[in-house]
Ligand binder design. Structure first.
Ligand code: GDL
Length: 455
């Protein structure tokens, strides 16, 4: 099954932080088309005019950049969607506000945009005082403005597609009654048919999305949702990137929705495997196998890793991606490595068998890996990896030094002063200190950490 024209299959540039560069987008768009994706959705949270100052028109230079993207999408047969987030301070009851939205859409339409979205995610979830008297609920206020925009749009471009992102956009937020009780039922009643509704699944970052939950939602909102997929998004945690395969969206889920678009790593270069595997999954969901798709995508991605001196092997790239896999799971080798380190730290050295040798082998590979990455021709690719892999290498050094002391029979009770790890510089900083004060249990609960000396 190939993705059909009316199904949204693509990429959302919708994360917090520095938007991708124009050059990165020029690389992305043809790649998407060649992989069988059909939509690029522009809505970076930190394009100021997308959200913070949404009423101000784009200047000529900004508009020229957007126009180039629209043309590129046209050229490659992709649908370009422009998204606007007016929700931070919009007053729904003032007609000038709807007009401000139309002005912005008109600006984009004049340079060729045909499909649009209004996004009401990540907002206070309350109406202003004036709006409280004009509308019965936040959902009704949002639907009223969206309807005005939709009617205007369809008059100008009858086959235009329009999307809407609700304030509660996952099951958990619905359970919290974000946006007010009955918000999603109001969407079902008041959001005109023909407008698609975005949804991230059971959670903001959903490890798995089942068809059953989609069917229940479809009934409530009166349409099959379009999945805004945050599986590989990493804007919420600067330590992590996700290079694991698209997974946790079974074929019957894919068949139950009106589209799936991925909002992924801020580091554009690290999205090769996420997008490649998602494209594969959406185009043949019945025989999609995540690990096999991952291994294949790694082999393709490996061709981007030409370096000035030493060669990076496919196996080493796979090890690296295994260490930066998916939000709730590590890749196969990372799982083995973590388990080995745990065992070595918790058992006496005379029971380690070949464990020490195996650890040293991983240590050496990660060290070499880092050195090779520094020498890549593609500097952007190296810069995207650099701080993450530096940190991984540092931790591997630290573990090696601690294990070395244990092997020498030293007593760990008082802790080891390590030559190469300057206390408070290594693993230092306000956030790291705060993190140590609250610990997470193995099943993901939080509690105060065991007593710690004050400074
Ligand atoms: C969100 C934001 C998105 C962000 C993502 C991951 C939606 C609809 N909105 O809540 O912009 O990148 O989480 O942090 O997902």
């Amino acid at each position: 099954m190939a993705v059909t024209e009316d199904f949204f299959a693509g990429v959302i540039e919708g994360f917090y932080g520095r938007p991708w560069s124009q050059e990165q987008r020029r690389i992305l768009l043809p790649r998407m088309a060649s992989w069988g994706l059909n939509t690029y959705f522009y809505c970076p949270k930190d394009d100021l005019k997308h959200r913070a100052i949404w009423r101000q028109p784009y200047d000529d230079q900004e508009l020229a950049r957007l126009e180039e993207l629209i043309r590129l999408c046209e050229h490659h047969g992709l649908r370009f969607i422009y998204g606007l987030s007016p929700g931070l301070d919009i007053e729904f009851s003032r007609p000038e506000e709807s007009q401000a939205i139309l002005n912005r859409l008109k600006q984009l339409m004049d340079v060729g945009a045909r499909h649009f979205a209004l996004l009401f995610d990540d907002l206070p979830g309350r109406l202003s005082e004036a709006d409280e008297t004009a509308f019965d609920s936040l959902a009704q206020a949002q639907c009223a403005v969206t309807q005005t925009v939709f009617e205007w749009l369809r008059e100008k471009i009858p086959d235009s597609r329009m999307l809407f992102c609700p304030t509660p956009y996952c099951d958990r937020m619905d359970r919290w009654n974000l946006g007010g009780a009955g918000y999603l039922d109001d969407i079902g009643r008041f959001l005109p048919q023909g407008i698609d509704c975005l949804w991230t699944g059971p959670e903001i970052v959903s490890h798995r999305i089942d068809a059953e939950s989609i069917r229940a939602l479809t009934k409530r909102i009166g349409r099959a949702p379009v999945i805004w997929d945050n599986l590989h998004a990493n804007d919420y945690d600067l330590r992590r990137v996700y290079c694991g395969p698209y997974s946790g969206r079974p074929a019957d889920t894919i068949r139950s929705v009106a589209g799936i678009m991925a909002n992924a790593n801020n580091e554009f270069e690290l999205n090769y495997v996420p997008f490649r595997t998602m494209a594969r999954c959406l185009n043949s969901p019945d025989d999609y196998e995540p690990r096999a798709a991952f291994v294949e995508a790694i082999r393709e991605w490996h061709t981007h890793y030409g370096s000035v001196r030493r060669e990076l092997s496919v196996d080493d790239l796979q090890l690296l991606a295994d260490c930066y896999y998916l939000p709730a799971t590590e890749g196969e080798e990372a799982v083995e490595l973590k388990e080995l380190v745990r065992q070595l730290l918790q058992t006496p050295p005379d029971t380690w068998k070949d464990g020490w040798k195996r650890f040293l082998d991983w240590h050496r590979r990660i060290e070499c890996l880092f050195e090779t990455l520094t020498e890549l021709h593609d500097r952007e690719l190296f810069y995207a990896w650099s701080r993450r892999v530096w940190e991984l290498r540092e931790e591997m050094d630290l573990i090696r030094d601690v294990l070395t002391r244990l092997r020498a029979g030293e007593d760990p009770t008082e802790g080891f002063a390590l030559e190469h790890h300057l206390p408070f510089t290594c693993r230092g900083g306000m956030v790291a200190d705060l993190q140590r004060l609250i610990m997470m249990t193995p099943d993901g609960r939080f509690r105060p950490a065991a007593e710690q000396p004050s400074e």
